[in-house]
Design a protein around this ligand. Structure first.
Ligand SMILES: NC(=O)c1ccc[n+]([C@@H]2O[C@H](COP(=O)([O-])OP(=O)(O)OC[C@H]3O[C@@H](n4cnc5c(N)ncnc54)[C@H](O)[C@@H]3O)[C@@H](O)[C@H]2O)c1
Length: 375
């Protein structure tokens, strides 16, 4: 079996390579983007030992047709992944994520043998704010208004200003991205759905929640909030939590995500479905910070700042019932156990400097995308 992994040198890709069957032939295609892999000029030895590695931007993938010929399964991970950054580096996100996917499909259409399955790593960002209810009806709010956020009105409300109840994200819910990143992930989904239907290729679209764990690049200030929190706690630096600290996210351990991808990639019958990958448990950012501090054994000096990022959503948590209906039991790692593994790994790493993180915040302030509650 021949498996192509685009973006295979990244965080999730590294885990995936370890979990794929040892008799599978693996080809990794990755540009080694310098925002993710600071200073790295070549693939890590553990990836080179296991896979044939090609350093190329997926937008120029046509130059490597012969290496990709005969692929059974494609796992498409390559993407720019910073939600905040996508709001001002718009063309970069469209080029890498949308044009890159289009170029990959053009290459596949030139292959003598088409892959039998493509697995796409999509994101919960495609749901945007997601679905809410007042107990009677379901609403799909288009995103919170800046003027409300500036007044400190963080909750998602109905037209009468009454707070609505958030519903776990289900694959049947409407997609309504609030960020450019989310839009590009939705475009990837649509391009692949259209192409795979026309070619009778089995498509598995996995919508990941917030993935965390060992091997997540610490030098990239645009992604990985757990790394940012951990850095601050270890370095005993003040830590900022946006809004009122009660934003929720579903943090899913990377080992579980990689296992789910492998399961989908190797599944014997056609899947042809969109599937959420999360834990099904929502955690507030304050709870996450306190859990990290407890494991580290240092107090978290956090400030709930009332600042907010334009395009950020209030709540996210996966409904995992569709996964379980198709693929069976799902028992994700608890946040405490996942964080314990993460922190053990973290101790051997060079941390992100406080200044690098502050510089990324400055960029967002300069572009008017990091604002404060007024008054
Ligand atoms: N990590 C998360 O929390 C999360 C959540 C939802 C979805 N996802 C999706 O999962 C996938 C993998 O994410 P990750 O966390 O491993 O990110 P990552 O940044 O660690 O890995 C992405 C890899 O893609 C490569 N890459 C970027 N642009 C490329 C291009 N144009 N051509 C070739 N290679 C390119 C990078 O060099 C990197 O190695 C992405 O598609 C991302 O959108 C991740």
């Amino acid at each position: 079996m021949k498996i192509l992994i685009t973006g295979g040198a990244g965080f999730i890709g590294k885990w995936l390579i370890e979990k794929l069957p040892t008799d599978a032939e693996i080809v990794v295609l990755d540009s080694l983007d310098q925002q993710v892999h600071r200073g790295l000029q070549d693939f890590a030895p553990e990836i080179k030992e296991r896979a044939k590695c090609i350093q190329v931007d997926v937008q120029n993938v046509e130059t490597h047709k012969s290496a990709i010929e005969g692929t059974d399964i494609i796992i498409h991970l390559a993407a720019q992944t910073g939600t905040g950054q996508s709001m001002y580096e718009i063309s970069k996100y469209v080029q890498h994520n949308v044009n890159g996917t289009a170029k990959l499909l053009e290459l596949i259409s030139c292959l003598e043998q088409k892959p039998r399955r493509i697995v796409l790593s999509s994101s919960r960002a495609v749901y945007g704010e997601g679905a809410y209810t007042d107990g009677k009806e379901i609403f799909y709010p288009k995103g919170r208004q800046v003027e409300d956020l500036q007044k400190g009105l963080w909750a998602v409300c109905n037209d009468q200003g009454e707070p609505l109840k958030f519903l776990p994200m289900h694959e049947s819910h409407l997609t309504r991205p609030t960020s450019v990143y989310g839009l590009t992930k939705l475009w990837q989904e649509h391009l692949l759905q259209n192409y795979c239907e026309s070619q009778n290729i089995d498509l598995v679209t996995l919508r990941f929640q917030n993935v965390y764990g060992p091997k997540q690049e610490l030098g990239n200030p645009y992604t990985g909030i757990i790394g940012i929190f951990t850095n601050a706690i270890f370095q005993e630096k003040p830590l900022e939590i946006f809004e009122d600290g009660l934003v929720t996210r579903d943090f899913v351990f990377v080992g579980d995500v990689a296992e789910a991808v492998v399961k989908c990639a190797l599944y014997e019958r056609p899947i042809n479905s969109i599937i959420n990958i999360g834990t099904g448990l929502a955690m507030t950012l304050v709870e996450v910070v306190e859990t990290i501090a407890e494991i580290v054994g240092k107090p978290a000096q956090y400030k709930i700042s009332g600042r907010f990022r334009v395009g950020d959503i209030r709540h996210a948590v996966a409904d995992m019932s569709h996964y379980e209906a198709i693929l069976g039991d799902w028992s994700p790692t608890s946040l405490k156990d996942g964080l314990a593994q993460y922190l053990e790994w973290y101790l051997g790493q060079k941390p992100l400097s406080h200044e690098t993180l502050q510089a990324s915040f400055k960029e967002m302030e300069r572009t008017g995308l990091l604002l404060s509650k007024q008054g």
